[in-house]
Design a protein around this ligand. Sequence first.
Ligand code: ADP
Ligand code: ZN
Ligand code: ZN
Length: 754
Amino acid sequence: MKIAAVFINQLNSNMDHSFDYFIPSHLDYIDIGVRIVVPFGIKNKSIDGLVVEIKEKSEFKGLKTIEGVICNYPKLSMWQVEMCFWMQKNYHCYFMEAVSCYIPSNMKYKKVKIDNKIEYLLNNSEQKIKYYKLSGKYSLKEDYLNTTRPNALMQRQVLSCLNDIPTSLEDLKGLTNCTGGTLKSLIEKGLIEECSKVNIRNPYKEKEYSYPENNLNYYQQKSLDAFVEAMEPSTFLIHGVTGSGKTEVFLRLIEETIKKDKGCLYLVPEISLTSQVIERIMGRFKQDIGIIHSKLNAGERIDQWNNIKSKNYNIVLGARSAIFAPMDNIGLIIMDEEHENTYKSSNRPRYNTVGIAKKLQEMHGCHIVLGSATPSVTSYYNAIHNDIHLLELPNRVNDIPMPKIEIVNMKDELYAGNRTVISRALFEGIENNIKSGEQTILFLNKRGYSSFVFCRNCGFVVRCSNCDISMTYHHSSREMLCHYCSHKSMVPSICPKCKSNKIKHTGSGTQKLELQLHKYFPQAKILRMDTDSMQKKGAYDSAIHKFSSGQADILLGTQMVTKGFDFQNVTLVGVILADSTLNIPDFKASERTFQLITQVAGRAGRGTKLGNVVVQTYEPNHYSITLSKNHDYNSFYEKEISYRKMMNYPPFSDIIYIGFTNENEEVVSKDCHKYYNSLLKCLQDNNLHELVKEMFNPTLSPVKKINNRFRWYFIIKTVHIKLYNEIIYNLNLNKDISDISSTKIIDINPNTIL
Ligand code: ADP
Ligand code: ZN
Ligand code: ZN
C-alpha cells in the first residue's frame, strides 16, 4: 500500500509536522493537496488533514489508514503546498495556518453514505443563503425614507444598510432587527430585490462599465516598453506622482499578460479601493474578474476559488489576501500603493505580501510591478541598488499641475486668537469651495470624538482596564471605547482620582470634527469615512458613490480618504494635524508622515482646476513636512536613507520581533527570558557570535497590557535573516522551550511594536 504524509488540522506546535498513513486501495487517487479524514490519537478520533507527500515507505511502524476524502474540498496545487511549507519556515506559523490562507480550514464536513460507500462532504459548499439588495430605483428609497411613518423602523433600517451589492440575510439580521415580514413588504413595494446566486458571485456583473484606452504619454510608453522587453521574470517599481496615470500603465501590462494566456493578480491596499479599480478593469476588458478580500465568507471564497481554478477569471483583484488566489499560471502581480503597511499582515500568519509575491515569482516565473507616488524607502533603495527596475512617471497626465501646498503653523493660529482646529487659511478655502460648488477632502488621523479624557486638576487619564491604553470618547454613543480591545465604559463626570469635576475630553477625532464642521459650515453636506462609519457591508462603495456624484461638499476621514481615489471635482485638501503620525514611537514615523501628506495632497486638483492643500502642524520645520511641500520625494528619500543607515534600520537590517503574552505578569516575563536565553545558548553553541551581537534584551512592551494580557518582547536587528529564520524554526521544535505557556508572537519586520 502507498503511504501519504498528512498534516493534521490542529494548530499546535506538537503537531506541526506530518504523520504517515496508508492509502487504502479504493482511494488510490489520493494525491498531494487533497483534503482527507484520518483517525488520530489513542481514541482514533476522526480528524481532517492535508496530504503533502506520497511515498512508498515509512520509517514508522503500525501506520493507520486514511478513512476518506472530503470530496468537494478544493485541492491545493503542488506549488501551493510548497508555499505553505515556505511560510511555515519564514513567518513561523503553523503549516495549517498557511493552508488556511488559501482555503478556509474551519469548514465543517459531514459523513454521508452514498451507494453503501462512506463519503465526506463539506456542509455548506452549496450555499442556500438568501441575498438582498436595493432595486434599481434609488430615488424611490429616498422618497420612502422621507415620507414614510417614522415607526416603520425596521423597514427604514433595512433600506439604510442596503445598496446595490447583495447582502446576505445573515448579515442583514446582524445589522438590523428585520424579520421575514419586513423584507417581504419592501420587496412588494419594489424597493429591494431578493437575488440569485449568480449575483452573489459577482455583484458587478450586471453593470456596464466603460473605460476607454488613453493614448500613452512618453513616460507611460517607456514603462510599457521596459515591461514588454523584459526577458526574464522581473520586478519593477513604478514611481509615478499622484495623477501620473499609473493605473493606465497597469491596465496595459495586464493586456500584455493575458495576450500570453497568463493570469494577473492586481492588489490594492484596502477593500475601499477595489470598486474604482473594478470599474476600470471591467470597463476596459469587458469580462468578469475574480474578487478576493477578507470580508468574503467561506462559501463566497470557495466560489471564487472554483472560478479562478477553472480559469473563468484571468484577472483577480483584491486586498492583501488576494495574493493567495489559486491561479495556476500567474504572469503578473501588481501591487498598487506598494508602500502601504496593510500589505503586511499583523495577524497570524504574519506574512508580508511582497515576500509572498517574490516566492510566487520564483515558482511561476511571473513579473512583479510595484506602484506608488511615495515608494517605501526599502523598495526605492532596492530599485537604486539591487534587482528592482525603476520606472519613473514624473508628471501628471495632460500637463495638469501638481497641487499647491501651504504649510500652516498652528502656533501662529493660537497667537492670532484662533482656538479652533481649523486654521484661517483652511477655513477660507472650505468656505470658497462650498460657494463655488467644488469639493474638499479633510484628513484627520484619529477616529472618535477626541483622543482622550483627562483631568485638568490632577492629570488623570481614563485608561482601558484591559489594555493599559487611553480610551477614546465616541460622541454618537456617548461612551468611551478602547481601540485595542473594543471595551466600552461610561464617561466619568467626576475625576476618580482627585474627585474634581475638571475632567474633560481634549484633542480632536473625526466624530468631533464632523460636529464642529456642521457648526462652522451649516450649509455644507458632510460625509465621514472612518472605521466607525464604515462598519456595514457596502458602506465604502456607497460613500464613494455619493462623493463622486457630488452629493457631498466635504469628505472627512481617517487614512481611508488619503489614497487612490480619483475624484475630479476635489480642489482642496486639508490635513488637520500632520504631527499625529510624526510623534508615534516608530522608526518609520517620518516616512509615514511624508507618505500620508503626499498621498492625500494628491487627491486635489486632478481635474481641470488647480488643487490647493493646507497642511496644519505644530512642527513646520520637520523634513517630512517641508519636503512634502515641493513634492520632493528624492530629497526626502536621501534624508531618510541616511538616517536609516546611521541607525542600521531597514533596508540595512531586518527586525525580528519575538513577543510573549500572558494573563500573569510574572509568567510572561519568565517565559520571554527563557526563550531569549535558549536562543542565546543556541547561537553560542553553534559559534554564531556575530548573530549574538544583534539581539536586544527582553523588555516590557510599550503597551504593557492588551486585553488583560501582559506583554514582554525582545527584538533582533539583523543582517542574517535567513540564518535566524532557520535557527528560530528549529528552536521552536526544541523540547527545552516546551514548558513556555505564554502565547508567542514572532513577527518579521512588524508594522509597529505594541
Ligand atoms: P495615478 O494612479 O497615477 O494617481 P490615474 O491612473 O488614476 O493616476 O490617472 C489619473 C487620470 O488620468 C485618470 O482619470 C486617467 O483616466 C487619466 N489618464 C491616464 N493616462 C492618461 C493619458 N495618457 N492621457 C490622458 N489621460 C490619462
Ligand atoms: Zn483628577
Ligand atoms: Zn482595551
